[in-house]
Design a protein around this ligand. Structure first.
Ligand SMILES: [Zn+2]
Length: 140
């Protein structure tokens, strides 16, 4: 069975270009969705041994809460956990820049859908929003 492990990293461990572009997309989405206090918590995929040594407790909790992620053998590029992490979206740093941008928009949409409307099963909405943001953001 495939299992995936992740750990949180600090912003200063992330490629500065990714940070710059990420903030551009994040600010765009924050304005659009009225999420003034939202910020990014970066994470990367790690090997199991490294995960166990990292004491990455917050993220460990997320993984446990989302056992289906392992069960379905899926990797994921972003995460929202509204309970306990009201002002954060979790974004993977070790993917391509375009993937990061799309994921930020996607997770911002989930965050907004939950906070403003109490919506959970909003995958299609989040995808649609991410697609729109990507086309907007590349036009200025
Ligand atoms: Zn989603």
């Amino acid at each position: 069975m495939n299992e995936f492990y992740y750990k949180e990293i600090d912003e200063n461990e992330v490629d500065p270009l990714k940070i710059k572009e990420a903030n551009r997309v994040l600010n765009f989405c924050k304005n659009l969705l009225a999420l003034p206090d939202l910020r990014i918590q970066w994470y990367v995929k790690v090997e199991k041994e490294s995960f166990e040594k990292s004491h990455s407790i917050l993220f460990g909790e997320i993984i446990r809460n989302l056992e289906r992620v392992n069960k379905y053998k899926e990797e994921f590029c972003g995460m929202v956990k509204v309970v306990g992490h009201k002002n954060k979206i979790f974004i993977r740093a070790d993917i391509l820049l375009d993937g990061i941008k799309r994921t930020i928009a996607h997770e911002c949409s989930h965050h907004s859908n939950f906070r403003h409307y109490g919506l959970f099963n909003d995958e299609r909405r989040a995808e649609g929003f991410a697609r729109e943001v990507m086309s907007e953001i590349n036009n200025y």
